[in-house]
Design a protein around this ligand. Structure first.
Ligand code: GP9
Ligand code: MN
Length: 423
């Protein structure tokens, strides 16, 4: 009820991080292009397999003058996988501890990015070469206020170009171009790729790097599908440059969740050349985050952060203050950014302390945490728990029904229709 929401607002207000004037509005009025990097983990960035870069294009962006690359950025997903990542990115709310909010909370009230930006004149769209009902996207996207959802009905999918979860990335981007060009600018868009998805199988004609040789099929194939995804990205960037969109679009790329689960630790130990302790396992939950803003000074940013932090970061880059919104992340570029990264199970990482399954580690050494730091570790644990509890209250209680931020017009989901024939 409204008492609950007041409690939550008090919490999110106290958690709010002020925009950094050096970045606030740096991308004002620009288009937004999200490129969802399926199952891409940070360990592949700048990794060399037999002396060869796996993702040369993404690697080159770590040195791009207008791109920030975050190398201590973590996914925070649980069972909802891709949908959890999307849920956090669109709302700065955590996914649920069990199941997927996308499938169980599709009809809730949200104050999501497409709606916020829609009220500033943005047209929003999602591009995805899989069936629109997967993860209940075709329902929850209406609640988020997405104007358009181009699902597999909008793409030509030949068997040779079909991956397990839809159209392969290269033809996917290619066929997305005319759809993208049909949108008025500025737009807020998201391209959800699928080629680099478990079990990482790919036609050998489509590969340009040899597989790894651990003997674990999915680990070995991962390098080939990641390379393919990287090449597809490069091609799409070429289009963006040649069309001019590159110069007035913010491009955000993020890995959605781990690609290689702990069941493959044996093979991963060969790949990484070290033992995968629980501490290392937590570290492997790093996913790449790239934010490119034309004119902004880029570089490698070591700030610790997670997927709930992307929305406030983006809104501040666009010149929209987030203080009236119920959001659980904080702007990665703010001086006040909160670098305690909560995992969905209550574990956390931070620059100083990491906890996995009730054990505490010193993040700077990976060793067992010193006794005199345990008190602080416990405090962090409580902060994380409290945050997750409040986020779950919002989602489970559908609390945004009871609160409308100033100047925000509630979404009317009945006005959206994603059927191709309705065009
Ligand atoms: C399917 C795709 C995969 O449409 O987004 O979802 P995942 O299995 O990674 O959660
Ligand atoms: Mn995924």
């Amino acid at each position: 009820n409204s008492d609950d929401v007041t409690e939550v607002i008090n919490y999110t207000k106290s958690n709010y991080a002020e925009p950094n004037p050096a970045y606030f509005g740096a991308g004002k009025g620009m288009n937004v292009i999200y490129l969802h990097l399926e199952s891409l983990q940070n360990f592949v960035i700048n990794y060399k397999l037999n002396g060869e870069e796996v993702t040369p294009f993404l690697n080159s962006l770590t040195n791009d003058e207008n791109t920030l690359y975050f190398d201590n950025f973590f996914h925070q997903t649980a069972q909802g996988k891709t949908s959890d990542a999307e849920f956090m990115l669109e709302n700065s709310l955590f996914g649920l501890p069990q199941g997927s909010a996308f499938t169980t909370k599709g009809l809730n009230t949200y104050q999501a990015a497409p709606a916020i930006l829609g009220q500033q004149g943005y047209t929003s769209a999602v591009f995805h070469g899989n069936s629109g009902s997967f993860w209940n996207r075709n329902e929850i996207y209406k609640s988020f206020g997405f104007n358009k959802f181009f699902d597999s009905n909008y793409y030509q999918i030949n068997t040779a170009e079909q991956a397990e979860y839809g159209l392969m990335d290269k033809p996917f981007y290619e066929q997305s171009i005319p759809l993208l060009e049909s949108l008025p600018q500025p737009f807020y868009t998201k391209f959800i790729t699928v080629s680099n998805h478990y079990p990482y199988s790919i036609n050998q004609e489509d590969t340009t790097i040899a597989p790894a040789t651990t003997g674990d099929k999915s680990v070995d194939g991962y390098f080939q599908t990641a390379r393919y995804a990287d090449e597809a990205l490069k091609q799409f960037f070429e289009y963006l440059k040649q069309s001019g969109l590159y110069d007035h679009s913010i491009i955000v790329m993020y890995g959605d969740h781990y690609g290689i689960s702990e069941n493959h630790n044996k093979a991963m130990e060969q790949v990484l050349g070290k033992k995968i302790t629980p501490y290392e396992s937590a570290g492997l939950q790093r996913v790449p985050l790239f934010i490119r803003v034309p004119g902004m000074e880029g570089g490698v940013n070591h700030e610790y952060g997670g997927q709930v932090d992307i929305l406030p970061t983006l809104l501040h880059l666009l010149g929209t203050d987030t203080k009236d919104y119920i959001q659980f992340g904080t702007d990665l570029l703010s001086e006040q950014h909160d670098d305690l990264v909560a995992f969905r199970n209550g574990d956390y990482v931070s620059p100083t302390i990491t906890t996995v399954n009730g054990k505490y580690y010193d993040s700077t050494t990976g060793m067992k945490l010193a006794e005199d730091k345990m008190e602080e570790a416990q405090k962090f644990k409580e902060i994380v728990q409290q945050k997750l509890i409040y986020s779950d209250k919002v989602v489970n209680g559908d609390l945004l029904r009871f609160y409308t931020p100033e100047n925000f017009i509630p979404v009317d989901r009945t006005t959206y229709n994603y059927n191709k024939d309705s065009e």
